[in-house]
Structures are given as structure tokens and as C-alpha cells.
Design a protein around this ligand. Structure first.
Ligand code: ADP
Ligand code: ASP
Ligand code: MG
Length: 816
């Protein structure tokens, strides 16, 4: 004997019903079967909606009934030829008429009791099972339809009735075991109480009906046919790369379903487990897929964590008070009060101090829980021994399930550090004594991210998805996007990083694509986007709201406004990669504040390209400091622009022309005065000084300026005009230096905690004498590098190297 159950989607329409009929036929030739059917998809919800509409006295219920009628009639129309159609159409129509008169009664009295609702709901399963039965008969397959209300006996708890298993099993065995028919069709979900009134077994209860039949008939197997190819490692609606679980034991399956894996209704496992009947979850639409086999001991021993699930609409009750310490009985009273009110407790944690008990229940019971618990502890609350019950909503429970977790240390550590890295706050934790389940209460807004990160941590092939938001698509930004495009596959292969750009913005437009923006077409896509002219904080809101795991934000602008986003992002554990120097060179308090936030929220705040473009200056300095070295002196040529300018300015061309060339070749800041006036170099030495541990502000840096004050007035265009007018001044600087056989270099230095920037004339033996083109060089004199400095030298400007530096920071953040 085999029991097959087909879910709502399997009988959603004529086409699907035809598939079910084929599957049933194939099983029936092999041996006796019981086939349990759910209502056509959407019918149970539709019936509830219809009932509630009628209850409000609203005759809009007719329209809802018509939808239900149409769904069934359409299926009948398509499945049956005109010759045998009436045989099924007539009884379905009389059921519909009965339904209509019940609903009309509900509308008149404006009352929908649970008992009446159950009666209304029974229509769904009765209709679908009768259609399937009639279709099989029409195809010449002999079968018998049974009303499961005559076989399954429950109490009178309408909506969620408890089954009298002994009585039910007896009835089922009597009716079916003795029957000569080999194929039995029954409606799922519905039953009846001692007085014969219709009851239901809880939403999703057809699975349970099937398990009851399987147990009563000692079936060889229970097959649950649904719309997925078995139990998955996570809810496929949340996680894209879920894996199918080939085999799983009853306890794990039960745990997964209790904690949200809707693919099987939780009570289903119990009756079959008691009889050792295997359960096979199969996909009606892909019947050849292997599905999941649930059995006593699963053979597959490889996986430590079996699956990740979540339940939403949870509220947390906390009972606290000094009066609870050391006095027995408080928890018993709490649970008794909840149980008397029929409130199911999903998770419990108690602090070791016994100061508080924390209980998670379904949100819908929150008000009732508050009432009954506060009443139970009325006296203690009055005298101040216990605080009134605290009720907080908006939570979900996240659960990691696996029998083998107990054999491995560090699973919960890994779970919580993964969540922590993604800024997911944990409200309460519970680990069952079976150690088969570790659960955490988290805010519902974080569930999707949490399930995804944990799935990646425990189930992926080790690869990690990194979700990157890039603001600024100028020369450096464009190069970065190109590099990301070209390196994507290699990063995935070598570092197991799947870096996807999910957001891209310039000053006018923004595009977001959670599946990753096509980097071959980003320009076109960005240009086609609406121009919402978003403010930086709105962009930050969008990033936070998307709440994607492993989010990294790259600021490739020189914009002061964008910096305002950093704080908000870091607080949400989004790493910030700043090509923009504004933040690290602003007030010390701000710089230190951002670094502190990064530490606190497990994020990265990296700005390698702030100094020497792609050269590993800051990372080297960080490594020196972390390994206990101390920086005594820094000397550096830090401006690609100034180096370019003074290397090219030999008197043969005007100074202004050389500056213009530097700008055209992409070396300068958008306003070249930031470079020429020393501000840019001062910012860089400031950042180095800070990273070297000096608490320094911009004003403390001595700036020996060489640009006449008049050059700082007006726009960039005005500046070039003024620069040309000042040619004599620059010619003299060059002349004086050349006369002594020296070269002009713009040098930044930090000595004993004092920093300065300025033009210097250096001789041919100087460390910086041979720096050509756009090269930068940094000399670190430290305790360890005391005689010969540690030298970092190379191109310190240019879109490609800068983009590469940002890229390196992104990878650093992604891997941490
Ligand atoms: P049926 O109508 O066949 O009873 P359900 O909708 O009740 O189907 O259950 C199947 C659905 O369960 C799937 O479509 C899937 O979205 C959801 N689901 C949630 N968690 C899991 C999981 N871990 N594995 C498989 N499916 C899951
Ligand atoms: N039709 C019922 C429901 O939607 C029972 C089931 O499908 O299992 O909840
Ligand atoms: Mg179901």
C-alpha cells in the first residue's frame, strides 16, 4: 500500500490535474494506493476571504464565490468531454449552492464561527478530490472516493482539531483494508468531531491527513507530491542556490518543518515515524527528480548542517523582575498561563541569573499573552517583585538544523559570527538540548539576509557573494567597473568571491539590480535610468533597505556630501571603500569616529587610494603598526600632479601649459589647485600621520605654498588665466633652483609628529632625485627600518592604478 498526497499547486488547474492523474495511474498499476488531495491552489484562501466578507455583511462575497466557481468550472470544462462532464459538474454545482446558502446565512447574521468556517473550507478539498476521482473514472480507472470526515475523528477544536488516532486508524483500516477497490481517493485537511461537525487539521493539513492514512494502513511509503523537488537546504523563495537534500531523518525533517520549512506540515512526521514509514517528497512537475527521502536514519552523513529555516510574525515576551531570583515556580506559572490560553510557545531562553525568562510566540497571540500573564502575576506586579510582561513584535526565528551539529564544535560560533559580520542583531538564542537545532530571534527585516549569509557559510562551495555599490563613474570609476568585469571569473575561481555590482550611481542617476548589473552595458543602463537626483542620505537609505549580505560601498567621488553616508552605512555593517579623501582628512574626531564604527560593526573602512593611488602605502603602514613597529619619520613625494608638473617644467613651455597637460592626462583633482596649492599633499601626509598613530588636524600641517594667492580666486578657468599671467614667478623658482644644480620637488614630511608640505630644491643624491613622470615615493623610517627607510615607489596617479587600488580594498573588505 502506498499513500500519495498532492498539494494545492499540483491540482491548481486542468493542466496540472492531468499530470496528477497520470502519476496516480502509474502508481495504481503497481499496487493499492490511497490518494489524498489538497484544494485547488488559492481555494482555501479564497474561501476564507469569502467567509470574512460575508461576515462583514458585505454581499461582495458573491463575487468571491464566483471566482471559486469559475476556477472549478474551468478545470472541469477542460478535463471532461461533454458526455461525462455533467456527472461531475452537477455535484460540484450543488456543493457550490450549498456553500452559497451557508455564506448567505453568515452575511445575514454577520457572524462566522470557527465551526461554520470549517464547513465552508471543506468545499475546497471535497471539490478537488471529486474532480480527480471523476477524471480517473472517466479514463476507465476504477477508484473509490471516501469522505475523510467519515474516517478521521477529531476533537471540536475547529480550525486546528486534534486527531483521535486510535479511533481514526480503526475506521480507516476497516474501510480501506477490507475494500476490494485498489485505488482510494480522499480529500485532505478535513475531518469531523464526535457530533459529526466538520473540522479541519490546520493550514497545510492535507500532508497530515496523508500521514494518518499511511500509518493506519501500514503503508510501504508516503509520497508527498508538491511543487519543489524535495526538501531544500533553505526556503527556495529566499535563497537562490538552495540545494536539494537527498535524504534526511525524521527528527531533522520534523525540526526543519517546525521551524518554517513549509514543504511539509509539521505534525505529518509523527504518525509515520512511529511506524517507520518512509516519506518521499517529490515534484509533480518534474517527477523524474529524485526528491527527498525522509527515513529513520539517513544514510547521508556528510553534512553537518542539514538546513536553515525561518518563521516570521514572531513576538518575544520577557518576564523580568528581582522577585524571580531563586524562587521556584515562576516559569511553570508563566507556561501554565500561556498553555491555558492555548498559546503555543516556540522558543524559550532563560538568563542564567534567572532574572528574566524570554519566550517567543506567534505574533497573533501577543495581546492575549500579555493579558493572561499579567493577570497570573498580578500580585507580584503590584508589589513590584515582577515587571509587567514586556511584549515586542517584529521578530523572526532563524534556525539551523542538523543532527550532526553536536559532533562539531564551533557551529554556533560560526553562525553568530557570520550574522555579526552582516550587522544582524541577535535578540535571543536557544539551543535545544538535542543540539539538533540552534535558533536565534532576529528582527524580521534581516531574515532574508540572514538566511542567505548562513546558507552561503554552511552550504556553498566556499564562494561568497559580495554586493557592491559604486558611486562615481568618472575616469577612475569607469576603469574600476571594467576591471571588475574582466576579473569576475578569476576572482570566483581563485578567491571564491562572486563580486557583483548591484548599485551604480553618478551625480544624477542611480541603477540598482540585485542580480548584478551587466558591466558590459552599465553606461547604457545608467543613461537609461530615470534621473531622480538623489541626495546622498537617500542613496544610503536604499542600500540599507536592500539589506544585502556582504555589502560594500565604494565612493569614487571627491564629493563632501557622499561622506555623510559613511556613518549610516558602517552602522549597518556595510563596508566603506573611500577613494574620496574627504573623510580620512576631515576633523580627527570624524576620521577616528568612522574607524571606530567600522570596528564596532564588523565592517571595513578602507581608503588605500587616498595616498599614492594604487601603491600599497596605507596597507604597508598598517602592517608595520600592527606588528608593533613605530614610525619615526616619513618623507614622501605624494602628488603625481606636482611631480609631473615639475618634471616637465623645464622652461621650454609655460608653467600653465604643463599644468593643463597634467589635468588632461587625468593626474589632477578636478580642481588642479587642490594639488598645486598643497592641499592634496597635506591631506595625504595628514592621513599617513593619523594612520601612524598621531592625532593630528589639518591646521597643524605647515604648508610652504609656492602658488601666488591670486591663483586661488575664481573658477578653474579663471585660475588658468591667472597662472599664465604669473609665468615669471614660476620661471624664477625654476631658474633659482637650476642655477644651483638642484631640482624642484614637492615634498611632504612628518618628523617627530610634526608635518609639513612644500617645494624643495634637492640635489642629485637625494632619494627623490630620480623620481620620474608621475611617480610617488614614500620613505618610512621606523624602529625596525631605522637606517635605510622602507621605500614604496611607483606610479602615484592615473585612473588605472587608482581603480586597481580601490579594487584591492574591495577584495580586502570582501575577504575579511
Ligand atoms: P503544497 O501546496 O504542495 O502543500 P506548499 O506550498 O505547502 O506546497 O509547500 C511547498 C513550498 O514550500 C515550496 O514551494 C517552497 O516555496 C516552500 N518551502 C519552504 N521551505 C522549504 C524548504 N526548506 N524546502 C523546500 N520547500 C520549502
Ligand atoms: N487546503 C488547505 C490549505 O491551504 C490544506 C492543504 O492544502 O494542505 O491550508
Ligand atoms: Mg503544504
Amino acid at each position: 500500500m502506498k499513500v500519495l498526497k498532492f498539494g494545492g499547486s499540483s491540482v491548481a488547474n486542468a493542466e496540472n490535474i492531468a499530470k496528477v492523474v497520470e502519476l496516480v495511474k502509474a502508481s495504481a498499476v503497481e499496487g493499492p494506493c490511497v490518494v489524498v488531495l489538497s484544494a485547488m491552489q488559492g481555494t482555501t484562501d479564497g474561501l476564507i476571504d469569502m467567509g470574512r466578507t460575508a461576515e462583514r455583511g458585505d454581499d461582495g462575497f458573491f463575487a468571491k464565490l464566483d471566482e471559486i466557481r469559475a476556477r472549478h468550472n474551468d478545470a472541469i470544462e477542460a478535463l471532461f468531454t461533454s458526455g461525462n462532464r455533467t456527472k461531475i459538474a452537477d455535484p460540484i454545482e450543488s456543493l457550490l449552492q450549498e456553500l452559497e446558502s451557508i455564506a448567505e446565512g453568515v452575511r445575514r447574521v454577520c457572524e462566522l464561527t470557527p465551526k461554520t468556517l470549517d464547513r465552508i473550507l471543506s468545499f475546497g478539498e471535497i471539490a478537488s478530490s471529486r474532480i480527480v476521482s471523476a477524471k480517473l473514472a472517466a479514463e476507465g480507472v476504477e477508484n473509490e472516493w471516501h469522505d475523510s470526515r467519515t474516517l478521521i475523528r477529531t476533537d471540536s477544536n475547529h480550525g486546528f482539531a486534534a486527531v483521535d488516532l486510535a479511533e481514526t486508524s480503526r475506521k480507516i483500516a476497516e474501510r480501506i483494508d477490507g475494500s476490494t477497490t485498489r485505488l482510494h481517493i480522499v480529500p485532505g485537511f478535513i475531518a469531523s468531531d464526535a457530533s459529526g461537525s466538520t473540522t479541519t487539521l490546520g493550514r497545510g493539513g492535507s500532508d497530515y491527513t496523508a500521514a494518518i492514512f499511511a500509518a493506519a494502513l501500514n503503508a510501504d511509503i508516503l509520497e508527498i507530491w508538491t511543487d519543489v523537488s524535495g526538501m531544500m537546504t533553505a526556503d527556495p523563495r529566499f535563497v537562490r542556490n538552495v540545494r536539494q537534500i537527498p535524504r534526511i531523518n525524521y527528527r531533522e525533517a520534523m525540526e526543519l518543518s517546525h521551524f518554517g520549512a513549509k514543504v511539509i506540515y509539521p505534525p505529518t512526521i509523527q504518525p509515520v515515524m512511529a511506524k517507520g514509514i518512509p516519506v518521499w517528497i517529490k515534484n509533480t512537475f518534474v517527477p523524474d527528480d529524485a526528491g527527498t527521502l525522509i527515513e529513520a536514519e539517513s544514510a547521508a552523513k556528510d553534512e553537518m548542517v542539514r538546513g536553515i529555516t525561518s518563521i516570521d510574525k514572531i513576538c518575544v515576551l520577557s518576564l523580568e523582575g528581582s522577585g524571580m531570583v531563586g524562587i521556584p515556580g515562576f516559569s511553570k506559572r508563566l507556561f501554565d498561563a500561556l498553555s491555558r490560553a492555548e498559546i503555543n510557545v516556540i522558543l524559550i531562553t532563560q538568563r542564567s541569573s534567572e532574572h528574566s525568562i524570554c519566550v517567543a510566540i506567534e505574533d497573533k497571540h501577543s495581546e492575549l499573552a500579555k493579558r493572561v500573564v499579567d493577570r497570573e502575576f498580578e500580585n507580584e506586579i503590584t508589589v513590584g517583585k515582577i515587571d509587567p510582561l514586556r511584549v515586542e513584535s517584529g521578530f523572526s526565528i532563524l534556525a539551523l538544523v542538523g543532527d550532526r551539529m553536536k559532533e562539531h564544535t564551533g557551529v554556533s560560533g560560526k553562525m553568530f559570527s557570520t550574522l555579526g559580520h552582516n550587522g544582524i542583531n541577535i535578540h535571543a538564542i536557544a539551543q535545544g538540548s538535542s543540539e539538533r537545532n540552534i535558533s536565534a530571534v532576529i528582527s524580521s527585516k534581516d531574515v532574508r539576509k540572514a538566511v542567505n549569509t548562513l546558507h552561503e557559510e554552511f552550504f556553498s562551495d566556499g564562494s561568497k557573494q559580495v554586493n557592491l555599490f559604486v558611486v562615481g563613474v568618472g575616469t577612475v570609476g569607469s576603469r574600476l567597473l571594467e576591471q571588475l568585469r574582466l576579473q569576475h571569473d578569476l576572482l570566483l575561481e581563485d578567491l571564491r568571491l562572486n563580486v557583483r555590482v548591484v548599485g551604480l550611481a553618478n551625480s544624477k542617476r542611480l541603477i540598482i539590480d540585485e542580480n548584478g548589473i551587466d558591466l558590459a552595458r552599465w553606461k547604457e543602463l545608467l543613461n537609461a535610468a530615470d534621473g531622480p537626483d538623489l541626495k546622498p542620505n537617500q542613496i544610503a537609505d536604499i542600500i540599507v533597505e536592500r539589506n544585502l549580505r556582504n555589502s560594500v560601498f565604494a565612493d569614487i567621488t571627491a564629493n563632501e556630501g557622499i561622506v555623510e553616508m559613511y556613518q549610516q552605512l558602517l552602522k549597518e555593517s556595510v563596508s566603506v571603500i573611500a577613494c574620496n579623501k574627504v573623510a580620512a582628512s576631515s576633523l580627527y574626531e570624524k576620521y577616528a569616529g568612522l574607524k571606530g564604527l567600522a570596528r564596532e560593526y564588523n565592517a571595513n573602512f578602507l581608503f588605500e587610494t587616498n595616498v599614492g593611488a594604487g601603491l600599497p602605502v596605507i596597507s604597508t603602514l598598517n602592517d608595520l603598526m600592527r606588528s608593533g613597529d613605530r614610525v619615526n619619520r616619513i618623507e614622501a613625494v605624494l602628488s603625481g600632479t606636482l611631480n609631473f608638473v615639475f618634471n616637465h617644467y623645464d622652461g621650454s613651455r609655460p608653467f600653465s601649459e604643463v599644468v593643463k597637460q597634467a589635468q588632461e592626462e587625468g593626474y589632477t583633482e578636478p580642481d588642479p589647485r587642490l594639488d598645486l596649492g598643497g592641499t592634496d599633499v597635506a591631506r595625504k601626509i595628514l592621513i599617513l600621520a593619523r594612520e601612524a598613530g598621531y592625532k593630528m588636524e589639518m591646521e597643524e600641517i605647515k604648508n610652504n605654498a609656492f602658488l601666488p594667492a591670486s591663483c586661488f580666486e575664481g573658477t578653474v578657468d579663471d585660475f588658468y588665466v591667472e597662472l599664465a599671467r604669473q609665468e615669471e614667478h614660476f620661471a624664477k623658482l625654476l631658474g633659482d633652483s637650476s642655477a644651483k644644480g638642484l631640482k624642484l620637488k614637492y615634498i611632504a614630511s612628518l618628523v617627530d609628529g610634526k608635518a609639513s608640505v612644500g617645494l624643495q630644491s634637492i640635489g642629485p643624491d637625494h632619494n627623490f632625485a630620480n623620481l620620474s613622470g608621475k611617480d610617488n615615493a614614500v620613505l618610512f623610517y621606523t624602529n625596525r627600518y631605522s637606517e635605510q627607510p622602507l621605500v614604496i615607489k611607483g606610479a602615484g596617479a592615473g585612473a588605472d592604478v587608482t581603480a586597481a587600488g580601490v579594487f584591492a580594498d574591495i577584495i580586502r573588505a570582501a575577504r575579511s
